[in-house]
Design a protein around this ligand. Structure first.
Ligand code: PLP
Length: 385
């Protein structure tokens, strides 16, 4: 057994990030400024996105997208219960009604046929979440949106970088929100990015900074002016140059970080395949996952212990884990507001109750990965049926 605890997802920070942050601190410019603009430019160039807006979280990016499309009270937005609460929280923030639909059992992504059945005259948008970095069935979702004139928003918090039919997630005209939270594939400690059409991003710039009609960061420049107008009650969602300094360094090594994630995934696959106790993550033929997560799903009746006990057994063997996700419809706020029962979304409910996510990040050594596999094998040997 390992003698040191293996954390679930520590940030992968090198000297480049540290130097970038120190440079910002010494430069006299610490909030939104030249580095944020460069990060936006390099990020959209990396993806081939029409435009990008750096903000202080993925939650902010999602909310900005809904607000800029005028989604509000009386509107319905369809999304998945197999996500982080922020995806659904922003629908509530906008004053709209979240409509949850079930997922597909293999990828745990939103089911296009379930979406189709849930569309009403009030539906305005769909928020597709690329679970674990595996792209949703975008062509099918886009067809539904085209047919009913709906907005297709993507929560790509896990999907940097990921490809659907050869296209990078975030390279299109529709709004796509990325997260740079500490545990994500690319981190700025806290942060996010909204990609989409030039028109959306121009509106987003205003909505995300107090509703000011021009870039506030230019005001303090010698050529700038003190005069500005407020054209809407905007939000305070801007990214700082300290965050962008980290983001630029992380973006430069994103491809290397993804290759290491892939190597780890293959090693896990090989290690777990001989154990019949688990369903392993899949990658559909026309998709390239961002491999943010490695979910292990315990097969029915395979172990004498519960999923929660399994997590505890791993902790006792010094392996950190997490659960992605506790299904949204089981949280008290949503349960009480919408009267949800666990079985309303039977697939999401089942997967949420049998999934654990194990460490997957570029800082893992082969030895670390083998330690996880050995710990899991040991638990199966001790508690398997
Ligand atoms: C992390 C996460 C978010 C929220 O990201 P923040 O940057 O913390 O706002 C949203 N959706 C999903 C699926 C996430 O995993």
């Amino acid at each position: 057994m390992r003698d040191r605890f293996l954390p679930f997802s520590p940030p992968f920070i090198g000297e480049e990030e540290i130097e970038g942050v120190v440079d910002s601190l010494r430069s006299g410019w610490i909030t939104t400024g030249p580095k944020t603009k460069r990060f936006e430019a390099e990020f959209s160039a990396y993806l081939g996105a029409p435009a990008a807006l750096a903000v202080n979280s993925c939650t902010a990016a999602l909310h900005t997208a809904l607000v800029c499309h005028g989604i509000g009270p009386g509107d319905e937005v369809i999304t998945t219960p197999m996500t982080f609460s922020a995806t659904v929280g922003v629908i509530e923030h906008a004053g709209a009604t979240p409509v949850l639909v079930d997922i597909e059992p293999d990828t745990m992504n939103i089911s296009p046929s379930a979406v189709s059945e849930a569309v009403t005259g009030r539906t305005k948008a769909i928020i597709a979440v690329h679970y674990g970095g595996h792209p949703c069935e975008m062509d099918e979702l886009q067809a539904i949106c085209t047919e009913h004139c709906l907005l297709l928003v993507e929560d790509a918090a896990h999907a940097i970088p990921a490809k659907y039919k050869g296209r990078l997630i975030g390279s299109g005209e529709n709004p796509v929100a990325f997260s740079f939270y500490a545990t994500k594939n690319l981190t700025t400690a806290e942060g996010g990015m909204l990609t989409g059409s030039v028109d959306l991003i121009e509106q987003g710039v205003v909505a995300s900074l107090h509703g000011m009609n021009r870039d506030a960061w230019k005001r303090v420049d010698k050529t700038g002016s003190w005069r500005y107008d407020i054209i809407m009650p905007g939000y305070k969602y801007n990214m700082t140059d300290i965050q962008a300094a980290m983001g630029l360094a992380q973006l430069a090594k994103l491809d290397r970080m993804l290759s290491r994630r892939r190597e780890i995934v293959s090693r896990y696959d090989e290690g777990f395949k001989p154990m019949s106790a688990f369903d392993l993550p899949v990658e559909r033929e026309d998709c390239e996952s961002g491999w943010h997560l490695y979910p292990l799903r315990i097969r029915d009746g395979a172990l004498k212990i519960s999923r929660d006990q399994f997590i505890e057994e791993l902790r006792l063997r010094n392996i950190g884990t997490s659960v992605h996700f506790i299904a949204i419809h089981t949280f008290s706020y949503y349960r009480e507001k919408y009267g949800f029962q666990p079985e309303d979304f039977p697939i999401a409910n089942r997967e949420s109750n049998r999934v654990i996510t194990i460490p997957l990040h570029p800082g893992l050594s082969d030895r670390d990965v083998d330690d996880v596999i050995e710990a899991v094998a040991d638990i199966v040997a001790q508690h398997g049926v």
